[in-house]
Design a protein around this ligand. Sequence first.
Ligand code: ATP
Length: 301
Amino acid sequence: LTQLFRPLDMLGMVYRTIRQGLIDMAEMFRLIDTEVEVADAPGAPALIVRRPSVTFDNVVFGYEPDRTILHGLSFEVPADSRVAIVGPSGAGKSTIARLLFRFYDPQGGRIMIDGQDIRKATQASVRAAIGIVPQDSVLFNDTIGYNIGYGREGSSQGEIETAARGAAISDLIDRLPQGFDTEVGERGLKLSGGEKQRVAIARTLLKNPPILLFDEATSALDTRTEQEILGTMRDVARDRTTISIAHRLSTIADSDVILVLDQGRLAEQGSHAELLRRGGLYAEMWARQAAESDEISEAAE
Ligand code: ATP
């Protein structure tokens, strides 16, 4: 019987999450798979973000007690910088994002935003400081205007239009017969992967958070769309701290710092040029991806 009620429990959890306006988090972190919840300490203060730096200080974390995923991870993301996290599949990249969003608390060490331990601040204030552009955004069966405005409750039409322009989706909307009132989703207009990601960028612009977490799509976008989205992200990232979880190294080569993660440890860090000179894991991954893209372009000829 318990088995029967579990899905109902989960539905309730998802519903509450949507009510709390945390749908993007649910998308990215697949909330439904997660049972652990963190609680605010009694009387916890809100995080106050003036200079949005992010610090991982000797962070130890595992989802299960007998399997450590992050083994004393330390790194620093200076305020207003663009940092990328790369590494083989399963290295722990998304785990870092989940911890930063305080979806879990680490078992050892601390995570700080602007010098404040996020474990001691309210979850809501930590989440308000971070805007996530997930790989694949969920759109509601509602108008495109609603889907963008969802980024911040009570946004005006003017603010929604500005966000759409910032996310470079306003040309598409202008071409629609009903503009922002066009229905999207199952009942209406179908958006491509790239367009959905632009809606997510527009939502994030409305939220206007000091820290951006960009989860690069693994494969969904064609190269041209991807380059355009990256261009938009670069504009949006100006004057913010940006952390990109990347699969294709070509998309993050111009980051200020690249963190190379391997089996929950920081294997290397530096700029693209520094890491290539080093001739380690990053250089190896770069060579492999370059060879793969050569093969693809040869096959296309
Ligand atoms: P990818 O590039 O494939 O997305 P990643 O570097 O983002 O990988 P993570 O998703 O952070 O990797 O996963 C790191 C490790 O933690 C993996 O071995 C994964 O199996 C494990 N893991 C992830 N989520 C959970 C979970 N909810 N419960 C138990 N183990 C998990």
